[in-house]
Design a protein around this ligand. Structure first.
Ligand SMILES: NC(=O)C1=CN([C@@H]2O[C@H](COP(=O)(O)OP(=O)(O)OC[C@H]3O[C@@H](n4cnc5c(N)ncnc54)[C@H](O)[C@@H]3O)[C@@H](O)[C@H]2O)C=CC1
Ligand SMILES: O=C([O-])CC(=O)C(=O)O
Length: 356
């Protein structure tokens, strides 16, 4: 049977709407939101991902679309966000997904957001340090944070872009300049170090990684990544050899992945997993849940350095309490001295980038 003229018109109309570039994209949507019955009315938080089309950004977008605490998900990138948005928006979960492409759409991507997750920037290749990414990523983080100060100054910010030890101080300086800095709301994401530490320690001890909790403090690069193996839960005793092996493996986990990927980037899937674990903790904190505690790189008075990673309690205002490190053994105290030296220089480099 031939379709009626009316059916043909309907099909043509729907086909036009299904051009990928028109799907829920800011600015050029022919399927206007007003035409849809779904308006993101489900209770939950508004979350933006900046760098959503990247190696981390794509699986992170997918996993955040699956998070029941998210009602609206904004996906921003300077390339390829229409495709990622179209793809993720078909998942039959609660969050309404909208895409934003390029600098002119940054402000709309950010307006009204409760949580902004930033995995934008270049990743390492074999032979590079995280600090080698500074020259490109510092400018990217500055621009994105200027947008945050303007459009959602009260949002919680989860900063993933490397080198985290410098990009967090950069973000803080941008917010200070704009008069919007709230140290509780800026969190550098070090969750992947904890995820790795839990996995590697569980492997050595023959435990289920889900039952292991390893505090990892300091920063997010080489010797600044300091796992406190004397404080592992459940309590355990590790030999000096196991401690040395685990500390090295945790500190070099990122490099292990960079080398295995052989030029095709750094950790993306485990990072997206870690980012979602951390973002979920932030959303539970924002909701007012009690007892949400994770490690993060934040403004801190735990040491003489202005930023340091340690366990923080996350509440409605972000990192509401920064916990002391607890007793360190001799091995950890020695590691701490090395970590602080490198961290001080990385923090200063970030601060100077904005103040210069
Ligand atoms: N904190 C952590 O534990 C970890 C941090 N990272 C870091 O995360 C960053 C991203 O890594 P990948 O996703 O693997 O890189 P990628 O290159 O696959 O993706 C980065 C994305 O950022 C986008 N981008 C570039 N400039 C932008 C801008 N001005 N605004 C918005 N988006 C922009 C790119 O278009 C790209 O889609 C890197 O700096 C990497 O070192 C990676 C793993 C772990
Ligand atoms: O190693 C890298 O460059 C990416 C990263 O931060 C990590 O995997 O921990």
């Amino acid at each position: 049977m031939q379709p009626s003229a009316e059916a043909n018109q309907r099909i043509a109309r729907i086909s036009a709407h299904l051009q990928p570039s028109n799907l829920q994209m800011e600015g050029n949507s022919s399927l206007r939101r007003a035409d849809c019955r779904a308006k993101g009315g489900a209770p939950g938080f508004k979350v933006a991902i900046l760098g959503a089309a990247g190696g981390i950004g794509q699986p992170l977008s997918m996993l955040m679309k699956m998070n029941p605490l998210v009602s609206v998900l904004h996906l921003y990138d300077v390339v390829n966000s229409p495709g990622v948005t179209a793809d993720v928006s078909h998942m039959d979960t609660g969050a309404v997904v909208r895409g934003f492409l390029g600098q002119p759409q940054l402000e709309n991507a950010l307006t009204g957001m409760d949580l902004v997750i930033i995995p934008a920037g270049v990743p390492r290749k074999p032979g590079m340090t995280r600090d080698d990414l500074f020259n490109i990523n510092a400018g990217i983080v500055r621009t994105l944070c200027e947008g945050i100060s303007k459009c959602c100054p009260n949002a919680i910010v989860n900063l993933i872009s490397n080198p985290v030890n410098s990009t967090v101080p950069i973000a803080a300086e941008v917010f200070k300049k704009a008069g919007t800095y709230d140290p509780k709301r800026l969190l550098g994401v070090t969750m992947l170090d904890v995820v790795r530490a839990n996995t590697f320690v569980a492997e050595v001890l023959g435990l289920d990684p889900r039952e292991v909790d390893v505090p990892v403090v300091g920063g997010h690069s080489g010797v600044t990544i300091l796992p406190l193996l004397s404080q592992v839960k459940p309590p355990c005793s590790l030999t000096a050899e196991e401690t040395e092996y685990l500390t090295n493996r945790i500190q070099n986990g990122g490099t292990e992945v960079v080398e295995a990927k052989a030029g095709a980037g750094s950790a993306t899937l485990s990072m997206a997993y870690a980012a979602v674990k951390f973002a979920d903790a932030c959303l539970r904190g924002l909701r007012g849940d009690a007892g949400v505690v994770e490690c993060a790189f934040v403004a801190s008075q735990v040491t003489e350095l202005p930023f340091f990673a340690s366990k923080v309690r996350i509440g409605r205002n972000g990192a509401e309490e920064v916990y002391q490190l607890g007793p360190l053994n001799e091995y950890e105290r020695a590691g701490m001295e090395k970590a602080k030296k490198e961290l001080a220089a990385s923090i200063q480099k970030g601060v100077s980038f904005i103040r210069k």
